[in-house]
Design a protein around this ligand. Structure first.
Ligand code: SF4
Length: 367
């Protein structure tokens, strides 16, 4: 069974207007201590895994590309000191405004072999509404720099459903991204769950969200354009050329095991889910004291585990085998199929396009 390692880098230069993730302003002194803290946590995590190698590493954030190349190399050295072997896929999330060709060239020397570029949009109005600090030009340049630095596995992250966005401007973004010929594209609908300035603007009526009909049109257009360009949809929000699917995320969706290090990171090993303290200062104090910053854990009941496995399998385009659906699930499946949210194709059950669009509500109805 594969083992993934997620390394959280909770630093950003500024806060985007829609963001409710945990992140703090980048500070070189805190960053130095933080990297030492990650080393301590990696070491203590490895003890419980008794020589098991990690197959994939994902540097997520926050803004991992604020780390210097030396920092990335040092973290990877700590990973290989704690776990045997060398991971096959090492991804680093990058924000376009933080990159240079020299940085990306040096980064490829550390073993990072996959980049996930937070381009988000090729429309300057949408970037402004989102409060991103990079420009459209930065996004395109970042991609070209990645190629010139030798990267052959590059993912572009996009957001649709931005207030003020039109179907034609979204089409232009998709077409512009297709022209870049990335190996992978992740497309997320803008969600405003936790508190953020953009959410407040929506709540006070200063900004209006897009209608459900327009969102559905945007999602369908996304599938049409990306699939037509050879980027096969393999998960609700992810499209890739054959063989360029993100192995790290695939492992999570296939109910594989993973370790997460850093504040608020989650781990899932042997049916036990745990999560870390969600604050850099508290995290550092805990790992220095005990090597662990675990804030809590749960052991899933068989029923909850089965439900989660089903939810994750249905996120994938490959879905799940029909004969694995029994009991209560069978009844819910029939209801959801009759409502047009699920379909059965060659003995496998999967979400329809409508089901994917409303996946959060649909999947909860399987409970
Ligand atoms: S870069 Fe990402 S984590 Fe940082 S503020 Fe923006 S959306 Fe949030």
């Amino acid at each position: 069974m594969s083992l993934g390692l997620y390394i959280h880098i909770p630093f950003c230069r500024t806060k985007c207007l829609y963001c409710d993730f945990y992140s703090v302003r980048f500070d070189p002194d805190v960053n130095r201590d933080y990297i030492r803290g990650l080393g301590l946590e990696l070491k203590s995590r490895a003890v419980g895994l008794k020589g098991r190698p990690v197959d994939t590493v994902f540097f997520g954030g926050g803004t991992p590309s604020l780390l210097s190349v030396k920092d990335v190399a040092h973290i990877l050295e700590q990973v290989t000191r704690a776990f045997p072997g060398w991971p096959g896929e090492i991804t680093l999330e990058c924000n376009p405004g933080t990159l240079s060709l020299e940085y990306l060239r040096d980064l490829s020397g550390t073993g990072v072999n996959r980049l996930s570029l937070g381009v988000q949009s090729l429309d300057s109005g949408s970037l402004r509404v989102l409060g991103r600090t990079h420009t459209v030009e930065d996004g395109v340049q970042a991609f070209h720099m990645a190629r010139r630095a030798g990267y052959r596995n590059v993912s572009v992250d996009l957001i649709f459903g931005v207030p003020g966005q039109s179907l034609s401007s979204w089409r232009e973004t998709l077409q512009g991204v297709v022209r870049l010929e990335p190996e992978h594209v992740s497309v997320y609908e803008l969600t405003l769950d936790g508190p953020s300035p953009l959410k407040a603007a929506v709540e006070t009526g200063k900004v209006r969200l897009l209608s459900e009909g327009l969102l559905e049109d945007m999602y369908r257009l996304t599938r049409d354009i990306l699939e037509h360009a050879g980027l096969r949809q393999y998960e609700i929000s992810n499209f890739g050329r054959p063989g360029a699917e993100c192995l790290h995320n695939m492992n999570c969706w296939q109910y594989g095991e993973y370790i997460g290090v850093g504040p608020a990171a989650h781990s899932f090993i042997g049916g036990r889910r745990s999560w870390n303290l969600p604050d850099v200062t508290a995290y550092l104090a805990a790992v220095i004291r005990t090597g662990s910053a675990e804030a809590g854990h749960e052991i899933l009941s068989q029923r909850d585990a089965e439900f989660e496995r089903t939810m994750l399998a249905l996120r994938m385009r490959s879905g799940m085998a029909r004969d694995r659906i029994s009991g209560n699930l069978s009844k819910s499946f029939d209801e959801l199929r009759n409502a047009g949210f699920l379909e059965e194709v060659e003995g496998r059950v999967r979400l329809t396009v409508r089901g994917m669009l409303l996946s959060n509500e649909v999947l909860l109805r399987l409970r």
